[in-house]
Write a protein that binds this ligand. Structure first.
Ligand code: CMC
Length: 430
């Protein structure tokens, strides 16, 4: 807590509000006592200027395009680590030693199966069910099958996290297999986290899947880049739901639902649908740019813009590079890559996008990579959810462990409805 204060003057009265400074110099005015001392609340729709907590997990500077997990730069982690290593870092606060990583990997293998009774659920979703709805439902119901692993059960954190990380991967792959009507492929103990997922997705009795090292490397990178992003919409949802005392699975299930939205994680699917529409429209970029700029048209350039990043999204820079490399290595010639690059070039030289600091975000190129890997479009946001899981768990755990500042999330409002008025019985109403 800092000794510096900000002075707030309301009419003739002045109030001293403490200033809080973060590790990297980010500043906040502490208004926790504001209503008690002044009778005022602050109004901040979309929480554009509201800090909901202090956290030790991820640092983000949107003006400088910086993203660090637990003090480590995102590009260094993406270049040198596996997703499992980064998940461990986010969850435990430190990079693992080789022995710790081996133990964590063994836990992931141990917990990879889901209860066989859960498998029947997949049979009863309609054929075109959204994999995001399936994922959210199945993660929520994990609580019924594994009530002992709720996150506040006194179990060790690595076990709780490994169970969820491992089972979400199995659920995601099983939901795909069911949707295409293929037999399920069970997890294997000899494969890496990403290799195992790809094998469960694509192995077939008639055509065994050969795990491609380039695909595994790219998937690792993508999951690392999605692993946390401090207080974004879905993570804030996980914290908010958890703040009511709800178990870990249900809180994560709510986060998955929030992620589904096209303004959040659902943007990776929306980007591909937009690029396909442009392609079918004979690459009529002008039409889509015009629509995106029209204040009366709800259409936006998906994969462009960010609440926090105002120069560039460091994740997007890495993903664009990975996209070109991966398509080349897999010998995939996707016309959507060319369309995406042209669209980016046009938007980045257009005053509308320049003046509003709108740049490609993490979702702009990721879908093209998933397509090249053979992942269907409606599974893209599931991939995002798998990546974001270590972040969600870490934030839920951090919040639950904060016995000093933890409170149920409960914003206030300014009421603008009717004043109190007399009740009119139904037979007298006209
Ligand atoms: N295309 C066209 N105009 C845009 C776009 C866009 N993609 N994004 C923002 N704008 C305009 C917006 O219309 C507004 O214009 P004006 O000032 O004239 O009213 C201005 O830019 C500011 O936008 P905003 O909606 O106030 O900004 P926000 O911080 O509330 O929204 C956003 C951030 C990400 C929701 C928004 O940029 C957007 O809708 N982008 C498209 C969806 C998308 O790609 N989402 C993924 C985000 S990154 C991954 C993740 O975190 O999930």
């Amino acid at each position: 807590m800092s000794e510096k204060h900000a002075t707030l003057t309301i009419e003739d009265n002045s109030y001293q509000l403490p200033i809080i400074t973060g590790t990297d110099g980010d500043k906040a005015i502490d208004i926790r006592q504001l209503r008690n001392s002044t009778g005022f609340i602050t109004l901040d729709s979309g929480y554009m200027n509201t800090g909901s907590c202090s956290s030790e997990i991820t640092f983000l500077d949107g003006e400088k395009g910086i993203l660090n997990y637990r003090g480590y730069e995102i590009d260094v982690l993406a270049e040198n680590c596996s997703f499992v290593e980064v998940a461990y870092l986010l969850l435990m606060g430190e990079l693992p030693t080789q022995a710790q990583l081996n133990d964590f990997r063994s836990l992931l293998s141990r917990f990879a199966l889901i209860h066989e009774d859960m498998i029947h659920f997949f049979d009863h979703f309609p054929p075109n069910a959204s994999p995001m709805a399936i994922l959210s439902t199945m993660v929520n119901t994990l609580h019924n099958f594994y009530p002992e692993m709720t996150g506040d059960s006194g179990e060790e954190l690595p076990e709780i996290a490994a169970r969820l990380l491992s089972k979400i991967r199995t659920i995601a792959a099983f939901s795909y297999k069911k949707s295409v009507g293929h037999p399920l492929v069970y997890p294997r103990y000899d494969l890496s986290y990403c290799g195992n997922f790809l094998n469960m997705m694509f192995d077939k009795p008639v055509k065994p899947y050969v795990v491609h090292p380039q695909v595994v490397a790219t998937l690792n990178k993508l999951l690392i880049l999605h692993a946390d992003h401090e207080q974004n919409c879905s993570t804030s949802t996980v914290r908010l739901v958890g703040s009511a005392g709800v178990n870990l699975y249900t809180s994560i299930s709510a986060g998955i639902s929030a992620l589904w939205g096209p303004l959040h994680g659902g943007a990776n699917q929306a980007v591909i649908e937009m690029l396909e529409a442009i392609h079918q429209d004979n690459n009529d970029f002008e039409k889509y740019i015009k629509k995106a700029k029209d204040p009366n048209d709800p259409f936006r350039l998906s994969g462009f813009g960010h609440r926090v990043y105002k120069t560039f999204d460091p994740r997007a820079t890495i993903i664009k590079r990975a996209c070109e490399q991966t398509l080349k290595a897999l010998n995939v010639d996707d016309p959507l890559l060319e369309i995406a690059m042209q669209l980016e070039e046009i938007a980045r030289s257009d005053d509308y996008f320049i003046s509003r600091n709108l740049y490609p975000n993490v979702d702009f190129y990721s879908g093209i990579i998933y397509r090249a890997m053979g992942i269907p479009t409606n599974m893209f946001t599931v991939m995002f959810a798998m990546g974001r899981l270590p972040g969600w768990i870490s934030h839920w755990m951090e919040m639950m462990g904060d016995t000093k500042d933890r409170r149920i999330g409960r914003p206030r409002q300014i009421y603008r409805g009717h004043k109190k008025r007399p009740f009119i019985p139904i037979h007298e109403r006209v």
